[in-house]
Design a protein around this ligand. Structure first.
Ligand SMILES: [Cu+2]
Length: 150
């Protein structure tokens, strides 16, 4: 008989991971593990009021090969609204890759084994943009998330 414990644990792990970022952004100091396990998230509160400061001059990103898949790390890039931001994207692979944000009209080529600077314009908070590699369809996608600023 197969061990069903690991099969049961897998969705819970995904649920916890999926909830981790919104919970972190909500400013909620403590949410009980019981609430996460049962999917009860009604006590998280209104996240639209959360505002963030940002002391970074640039954000480091890599595109790399993991387990046979090309991925962007971090796969969710977080910026704050109302200020431009530099992305310093290092392509650690021996192939060119693309970096495209269709919602912003940004499309760059990331040369093999090189660092490429991408300038993001000042953006409005509360928006999420898809990121992909326009050179390789199977390249795993990423996300740009714009937080409300202080
Ligand atoms: Cu690619």
């Amino acid at each position: 008989m197969p061990d069903t414990r690991s099969a049961r644990r897998s969705p819970n792990t995904r649920t916890i991971l999926a909830l981790a970022l919104p919970l972190a952004l909500s400013g909620t100091a403590c949410v009980s593990v019981g609430a996460v396990e049962t999917g009860e998230i009604s006590d998280i509160g209104d996240t639209s009021a959360a505002r963030f400061s940002d002391d970074r001059d640039s954000i480091q990103v890599i595109t790399t090969l993991i387990g046979g898949k090309n991925v962007f790390i971090p796969s969710t890039i977080v910026v704050t609204e109302g200020r431009s931001q530099k992305l310093s994207i290092h392509n650690t692979t021996d192939a060119h890759h693309g970096f495209r944000i269709p919602g912003l009209g940004i499309e760059m080529i990331l040369e093999a084994n090189q660092e490429t600077l991408v300038e993001l314009p000042a953006l409005a908070g509360g928006n999420v943009y898809g990121i992909d590699c326009h050179l390789h369809v199977p390249h795993r996608h990423a996300t740009l998330m714009v937080l409300h600023g202080r």
